[in-house]
Every structure is written in structure tokens, then in C-alpha cells.
Design a protein around this ligand. Structure first.
Ligand SMILES: C[S@@+](CC[C@H](N)C(=O)[O-])C[C@H]1O[C@@H](n2cnc3c(N)ncnc32)[C@H](O)[C@@H]1O
Length: 410
């Protein structure tokens, strides 16, 4: 059984998960401890297939491979940047990395062009001199032959893109910086990029794994095609609400996605149509259905009375998709489900996603194996996120790891 999962001294910058920024990432040692506990308790060690339906930056899949190196891994995410980061972490860099870094440096030094890679609203988000430097980095990456090294380079570039964009770094959304701050930025794009690839390459040499499948898709479509009982362990951290009002993973990724070569992104074709389209198609936003079953409605009702009609609609939409996902997760799992969730606030009403999830799954043939919670430390989100009806709304302080086992009914 798990005891202390606070990991107060854990610094993401010490491992691979700190090499590239992604919003709301899981705390790697927590996931690893859960996985090790399940390994110990599965006496027959029969965990052969693992699936993360919202894999994000691949924290759970990467840690899963460390604990269950023999397992086949599956992941899904609607965001192509999430797919690229996860692929880079799992595949690692190849033996030619030092040669390729040298080639990148040479390519950039020799590039005297002032060409700019253009896309819609480029001028709004990048100064011309910054865009010229980013174009040089982009061209040098495209010239790299080795696909796994290219994936690593794109990940390192994605942080540099955000750092030198005209958007504030204090938020995952896109918010233009004041003009004085844009003008005051010095262009260290190339130096920062070269520093990042040299500094982080060794963290990508520890794992070279190829037995994984990542779906760049809406999980609600992807999961329907998966066979019942085909997955031994589902481990994930789902969104806590619709992206637009919680964490805008798509907006956060939108600038980097415009610089990365399309040939290296798993695109369905619509992802670059506008800056908010990924969030608009994510859980709770992409579908218009509102119908909930009686059982689902009953779980939500206690929270809905204090919420305004407009926001109620959003909550309904989110839970329609969330429950549909849980239905499929419970169908395809044949043993363990591990969900890391938080309880968000809507109109000052705290929606207890942990309790709703717990009740839902335990009524669908699962038993609670263990529930642990931890304080969320070092958050980028401020302690007060907004003011509603003249009162401050606190951000999420705790996250819960819910572990269920199929059957074993009480
Ligand atoms: C809490 S994050 C996962 C973070 C991840 N555990 C990590 O450590 O990086 C939730 C993820 O769900 C993805 N997502 C949201 N709606 C989705 C959908 N309908 N289908 C697939 N992925 C979706 C987001 O793109 C985001 O990457």
C-alpha cells in the first residue's frame, strides 16, 4: 500500500519530464510509486498492456515503461504536441545525437538568410528578428535525417518558441505582453536552443523503446475501437473540466505547433485551422450532446443547484464526455484503473470529481483498491484564480490518485 506520496523534494528539472514544458503534468515519482505498488501486488506480474487515454507529455507512459519494461504501451491525446513529446521521451535520441548537434550548430552559423517561416498572425506573436532566428533553428532541424533526434530537437525548440513569443509566460493562455516588454526582449533564440539540446540530450539516452502505439485522436473515437478487456492497466490524468475554462492545452501548444514541420506532426488536418481549435474539440467541447443517464444525472445534481445556467451547460457537456470515457475505460480494462484527478470550482461550487468518479466506477463493477491524495505544490496557477460574485476563487490545492480493481466485489 502507498504511504507518503507528497514528494516535496522532487524537482522536475532533475529528470526527463522537466526538459519540456506541458501544462498540468503528473508528478512522475507518484505515478512510479503507484506502478511499483501494483507490480508488487500483481503476484503473477501479468500486466502486459498499459493504456493512457489522455497521455499529455507522456509522464505515465514513460514511468510505466520503467516499471513494466515488458508491457506494450498505448496512448491517446488530441493534441499533436503531446504526441510528439511522448514519442520523443519513449524513443530517446539515437547514437548520432552528438554528430547531429554539431551539424545543427554549423547549419545555423552558416545560415545568413533573413527568410521568415510565415503563418497566420505570425507578426502578432513573434518579432521579425526573433522569427528569423527561429526560422534558422527550424531549417537546421528539418535538415537532420534521424527522425528520433529530430523529435527531440522539436521538443527543445517548443520551449524556446514560447519563451521568445510575444505572449506572457505567466499563463498557459495566449495573452500579449505589454509593448515595452516585447521591445525589451533580447533575441537569444539560437543560444538558448543550443544550450537546451546539449544540456538535455543525456536525459533522452536512458530509454529506447519502440513497442508503443500513440493515437493522435479524440479519445471518444479512439477508445470505441479498442477491444473489451484488452488492457491490463489504464493509467491517466483526465482533464478536470473543458479546456477553455480549465487548462487550455491547445492554446498553450499552438505557437510551437506553427513552427514544427508538419511532416513531423501526427496531424488529422484541422489542428492548425485556428489557434483555439484544439481546445474547442477537446473533452467537453467537441460534442453537443447533453443527455445524461439517470445514474449520471444523480451524481451531478448535488453540485448543480448553485451554478448559473450558462455554466451548468458547460458542466453537463463535460460530464457527458467524461462519463462516456469512463464507460469505455471500464469496458476495455481487465484489471486496474488509475486516475489522477482534481476537484475544480465552478461558480464557487467545488465539483468533487474524485468522489463522482469513485461512485461511478464502483457502480460499474470496480472496487476501490486505494485512494491517496497529495497537496499540489509549486503550481504555476496563482492561489486565487478569479473573482466570482466579488469573492475570490481558490485554485485547486489537492490532487487524488484513485486506484480501482476490476471485480473483487465487496
Ligand atoms: C491532465 S492532461 C494530461 C497530462 C499528462 N498526464 C502529463 O503528465 O503530461 C490532459 C490531456 O488530455 C488531453 N485531451 C483533452 N481532451 C481530449 C480528448 N477529447 N481526447 C484525447 N485527449 C484529450 C489534453 O490534450 C491533455 O494533454
Amino acid at each position: 500500500m502507498l504511504k507518503d506520496i507528497s514528494y516535496k523534494d522532487y524537482r522536475r528539472s532533475d529528470d526527463i519530464h522537466g526538459t519540456v514544458l506541458y501544462p498540468a503534468v503528473m508528478v512522475a515519482p507518484v505515478q512510479k510509486a503507484v506502478l511499483q505498488d501494483l507490480r508488487k501486488n500483481s503476484a503473477d506480474h501479468s500486466i502486459r498492456t498499459i493504456f493512457d487515454p489522455f497521455h499529455g507529455s507522456g509522464t505515465a507512459l514513460y514511468e510505466s515503461h520503467l516499471v513494466f519494461p515488458e508491457a506494450e504501451l498505448y496512448g491517446c491525446d488530441i493534441n499533436p504536441l503531446a504526441n510528439l513529446i511522448t514519442k520523443a521521451k519513449l524513443t530517446g535520441v539515437s547514437d548520432s545525437i552528438d554528430k547531429d548537434i554539431f551539424a545543427i550548430e554549423t547549419h545555423i552559423k552558416q545560415d545568413q538568410s533573413s527568410m521568415i517561416h510565415e503563418f497566420s498572425n505570425r507578426k502578432k506573436w513573434f518579432r521579425d528578428d526573433v522569427a528569423i532566428s527561429l526560422t534558422k533553428v527550424r531549417n537546421a532541424i528539418i535538415a537532420t535525417e534521424d527522425a528520433s533526434n529530430r523529435a527531440f530537437f522539436w521538443c527543445m525548440m517548443s520551449d524556446v518558441v514560447r519563451r521568445y513569443s510575444n505572449s506572457r509566460s505567466s499563463t498557459y493562455k495566449l495573452h500579449i505582453k505589454p509593448k515595452e516588454r516585447i521591445d525589451a526582449m533580447s533575441d537569444r533564440v539560437v543560444a538558448d536552443f543550443i544550450h537546451a539540446i546539449k544540456e538535455n540530450k543525456t536525459k533522452y539516452t536512458k530509454v529506447h523503446f519502440n513497442n508503443f502505439t500513440l493515437y493522435k485522436n479524440d479519445v471518444l473515437s479512439c477508445i470505441k475501437t479498442m477491444d473489451s478487456g484488452s488492457i491490463d492497466l489504464i493509467i491517466t490524468s483526465p482533464p478536470y473540466g473543458d479546456n477553455n475554462t480549465t487548462v487550455p492545452y491547445g492554446l498553450f501548444s499552438s505557437l510551437a505547433l506553427r513552427w514544427i514541420d508538419k511532416d513531423d506532426l501526427p496531424l488529422e488536418g484541422w489542428e492548425l485551422d485556428n489557434y483555439s481549435i484544439i481546445d474547442n474539440r477537446s473533452l467537453g467541447n467537441g460534442h453537443t450532446e447533453l443527455s445524461l443517464t439517470q445514474k449520471q444525472e444523480a451524481l451531478l445534481t448535488p453540485y448543480l443547484t448553485g451554478i448559473s445556467d450558462v455554466k451548468k451547460l458547460k458542466v453537463y457537456r463535460f460530464f457527458h464526455d467524461y462519463f462516456s470515457c469512463l464507460d469505455n475505460i471500464s469496458r476495455i480494462s481487465n484489471r486496474y484503473i488509475v486516475l489522477t484527478v482534481g476537484n475544480r470550482t465552478v461558480d464557487r461550487v467545488r465539483i468533487d470529481l474524485a468522489s463522482i468518479t469513485n461512485q461511478y466506477l464502483t457502480r460499474t463493477g470496480y472496487t476501490e483498491y486505494q485512494v491517496v491524495s497529495r497537496d499540489i505544490l509549486n503550481k504555476r496557477t496563482p492561489p486565487i484564480t478569479s473573482i466570482v460574485r466579488e469573492k475570490p476563487v481558490e485554485s485547486m490545492k489537492k490532487e487524488y490518485v484513485l486506484i480501482f480493481e476490476k471485480g473483487k466485489s465487496i
